[in-house]
Ligand binder design. Structure first.
Ligand code: PLP
Length: 372
């Protein structure tokens, strides 16, 4: 992964640990996402990675009108930012059924859809929407091999589609297909995995059409698979990458064929040099996602061979023969291994452009609940 991006020159007044968004890299990634998709019309990017109105508005300015999210806070952030076509790609259950109705009432101008894969869930959604004289769109969740949610069983899909058709407050919008298991480094192998999932969806669509049920759209993929879906000549495909906007070292090593740049950087400082070969930084596991294994949660381009020996809430301890180059207070830049949960750990990011700090963007949807 090319980590050569224009970082800001003067960060002496910026607190650490904190996040710095490099505008040039963000713009590069947005352009690259559009280039791969072929046109803005084919995209429905997932906002889970950035959770920010400012990034959403950049996408809207580029003509990307359809957006995807996973939580009601993200849906609300998108609607407040001006998005009028929102797909909450999550099965709504429990209090989220009432929140679906509340969302429809608060944002009547928004075309809104959720996922479903269960008859009881559909029934509850239909009666709650019916009681409030609202309608909501539904994308049936298809399992392309991730085995997380959804189904690949034709009989079950036909039953669900038929139930949808007879639910007055629900509108069949199509299928949802997320294939987060397709992380093969080899492009030919990844392509085979993606096409295996697509074949399942295509066959299910054919069964629905033969039974007289329409499947208007199929929302497909993430960062590693959307370029492969983009090559398919199917007008009903919508592409839903998420991590692309910021990229990270995990996807940098998994997908060497993709040319996104790391846009979201962690600013950290040396707080101690306890031994001649040891440096302690202030980027604890409350400032960078801790789902990757210990020792691999971030990459420091200035110290690529440093061994991360201890990672606590507020400290990261490195062993490196280069420790003598640093003293307490010195700045180090790091790229997170998993950027999406890293963003969610911070209230805001500092934006850099032309190597200057120019703005502060709020990570609005890091909260679980905004108003709904
Ligand atoms: C349902 C769904 N769609 C899209 C995405 C975006 O995938 P990626 O982060 O690989 O771009 C995710 C990521 O977790 C997801 O869960």
């Amino acid at each position: 992964m090319n980590v050569d991006v224009p970082l800001p020159l003067d960060v002496s007044q910026v607190l650490s640990p904190s996040l710095v968004l490099v505008r040039e890299a963000l713009e590069h990634n947005l352009r690259e996402m559009l280039r791969i998709a072929g046109s803005a019309d084919r995209l429905r990017p997932h906002c889970k990675t950035h959770k920010m109105a400012a990034v959403t508005q950049r996408e809207l300015a580029l003509g990307i009108t359809r957006h995807k999210c996973a939580t009601f806070a993200e849906a609300e952030m998108l609607a407040d930012a001006g998005v009028t076509d929102i797909f909450l790609a999550y099965n709504v259950v429990g209090p989220n059924i009432a929140r679906t109705v509340a969302f429809r009432q608060k944002f009547p101008q928004v075309t809104f859809a959720v996922t479903a894969d269960d008859p009881d869930q559909l029934q509850q959604l239909d009666s709650a929407c019916g009681a409030a004289e609202q309608t909501v769109g539904v994308f049936l969740d298809i399992d392309p091999g991730l085995h997380r949610t959804g189904t690949d069983d034709p009989a079950r899909v036909l039953r669900l589609v038929s139930q949808l058709k007879s639910s007055p407050s629900l509108q069949m919008r199509g299928f949802h297909l997320y294939d987060g298991h397709n992380h093969q480094v080899d492009v030919a192998e990844r392509k085979a995995g993606v096409l295996a999932g697509w074949t399942i969806a295509e066959a299910l669509r054919a069964r629905c059409l033969a039974a007289g049920f329409n499947v208007p759209k199929i929302v497909c993929g993430g960062t590693g698979s959307f370029p492969i879906f983009a090559e398919l000549d199917d007008p009903d495909i919508e592409l839903s990458p998420g991590t692309t906007v910021f990229h990270d070292t995990n996807y940098g090593s998994l997908f060497p064929d993709l040319h996104f740049q790391p846009a979201l950087w962690i600013l950290t400082r040396v707080v101690s040099r306890p031994t001649p070969t040891r440096l302690t930084l202030d980027v604890g596991n409350k400032a960078v996602a801790a789902d990757p294994p210990k020792g691999q949660r971030l990459f420091l381009p200035a110290l690529p061979d440093a061994v991360q020996v201890l990672h606590n809430e507020e400290h990261l301890v490195l062993e490196t023969p280069d420790a003598a180059r640093y003293r307490p207070g010195d700045v180090l830049w790091a790229v997170p291994r998993h950027v999406c949960p890293t963003t969610a750990l911070h209230r805001s990011v500092t934006v850099s452009e032309n190597r200057q700090l120019v703005d502060q963007w709020i990570v609005t949807a890091r909260d679980r609940q905004l108003t709904i």
